[in-house]
Design a protein around this ligand. Structure first.
Ligand SMILES: [Zn+2]
Length: 90
């Protein structure tokens, strides 16, 4: 069930990323660490540490195959240079 608190504004994470306890953020007070396990939220808040379990930024699934220039339809080989004309037989 996707519980999304209405006031998940700019305070700390709604759930401790480490002990996974729900943190009741108080308006105006930005929690810097978990009241339960005491972990530091700062790296999570400023993005230097990814929140475990949070949907990480989707990794680029490989560069999409660029259409690129269409291949030329099997260009015919350069026509062979005609051999030197045979000298007319006398
Ligand atoms: Zn915690």
């Amino acid at each position: 069930m996707c519980f999304r608190p209405a006031s998940a504004a700019a305070s700390g994470p709604a759930e401790c990323p480490e002990c996974h306890k729900t943190i009741e953020a108080v308006d105006g007070i930005e929690l810097k660490n978990c009241p339960f396990c005491g972990c530091d939220f700062t790296p999570y808040l400023n993005g230097t540490k990814p929140v475990p379990g949070a949907p990480a930024a989707p990794a680029a699934p490989g560069a999409p195959a660029a259409p690129g220039a269409p291949k030329p339809p099997s260009a015919p080989a350069a026509p062979k240079a005609p051999g030197a004309p045979k000298p007319p037989s006398a």
